[in-house]
Design a protein around this ligand. Structure first.
Ligand SMILES: [Cu+2]
Length: 223
C-alpha cells in the first residue's frame, strides 16, 4: 500500500507508517460502509407510484440513535488514532534517545551547513569542522541534530529517514534519527525559502562503522 513512498531506512519509520495504515483502514471502512448504506437507501426508498413521502423530524430517541451511535463510534475511533499517534509522537519528538553522534545544522539561503564537534566532542572549540551540504554518519547509531537557521524558515527533510523538521531562526530544535542501511540520501529543503529554494539540497552519507571511522580519521588526522 505504501509502495510509492521512498525506501524506509529509519528505525522509527515503521511506527509512523503504522499510524498512516490505521487511519487508512478506519477511513476506508467508513467510506465503504456509508456508500453502501447510501446506495441501499437510494434503492429501498426510491419514488414509487401511490406512495407519499414522509417527513421525519428525528426527535424520538430511536431516530436520534441513528446519529448518536455513529457519532460515538467516530469519536472512539478518533481517540484511538489520537492515542496511538501520541505514542509515536513521543517516541520520535519528545523522548529522544541518547545520541552517539551529535551534529549542529545551520540552514541558510541556500545551504545546509553541518558542524561536527571534533574529537573533543564539544562545540565552539578549535577542532570543530564545518561541511557544506554533506552530512556523514555511521549506520545503526543514534544521530542527534541541533537545528538552527540564519535567515528564514527552512525545512530539513530526509525522505528515506522519515524525518522532516522545520528550521526556525532564533531557535535550537533537536531532532534525531538512526539509519538502518548505508547509502547516499538526498536532503532537500522542504520549505519554499525564496528563489534558490529548489537548489537547496545536500546529501546524507550513511557509512558502515569502519568506513565512518576512516572518514573521521581523514578529517581529524591524529585523533
Ligand atoms: Cu530552504
Amino acid at each position: 500500500m505504501l509502495s510509492w513512498l521512498p525506501r524506509n531506512v529509519s528505525t522509527f519509520g515503521g511506527d509512523i507508517d503504522s499510524i498512516f495504515t490505521l487511519i487508512y483502514y478506519i477511513v476506508g471502512i467508513w467510506f465503504v460502509a456509508t456508500q453502501v448504506f447510501l446506495l441501499y437507501c437510494l434503492i429501498r426508498f426510491r419514488r414509487r407510484d401511490g406512495q407519499k413521502s414522509d417527513y421525519t423530524p428525528g426527535n424520538t430517541m430511536s431516530q436520534m440513535m441513528w446519529i448518536l451511535i455513529p457519532c460515538a463510534l467516530v469519536l472512539v475511533l478518533d481517540l484511538w488514532i489520537e492515542f496511538r499517534g501520541a505514542d509515536v509522537w513521543a517516541k520520535v519528538k519528545i523522548n529522544q534517545p541518547a545520541p552517539q553522534v551529535v551534529v549542529r545544522l545551520t540552514a541558510k539561503q541556500f545551504n545546509w551547513i553541518f558542524t561536527y564537534p571534533g574529537p573533543d566532542g564539544k562545540f565552539g572549540t578549535k577542532d570543530d569542522k564545518k561541511f557544506q551540504n554533506d552530512m556523514h554518519v555511521p549506520v545503526n547509531k543514534v544521530v542527534r541534530l541541533i537545528l538552527t537557521g540564519e535567515d528564514v524558515i527552512h525545512s530539513f527533510f530526509v525522505p528515506e529517514m522519515w524525518l522532516k523538521q522545520d528550521v526556525v531562526p532564533g531557535r535550537e530544535i533537536p531532532a534525531w534519527f538512526e539509519a538502518t542501511e548505508p547509502g547516499k540520501y538526498e536532503i532537500p529543503c522542504a520549505e519554499l525559502c525564496e528563489a534558490g529554494h529548489t537548489g537547496m539540497k545536500g546529501f546524507l552519507y550513511v557509512h558502515p562503522e569502519a568506513e565512518y571511522k576512516s572518514w573521521v580519521a581523514k578529517n581529524w588526522p591524529g585523533s
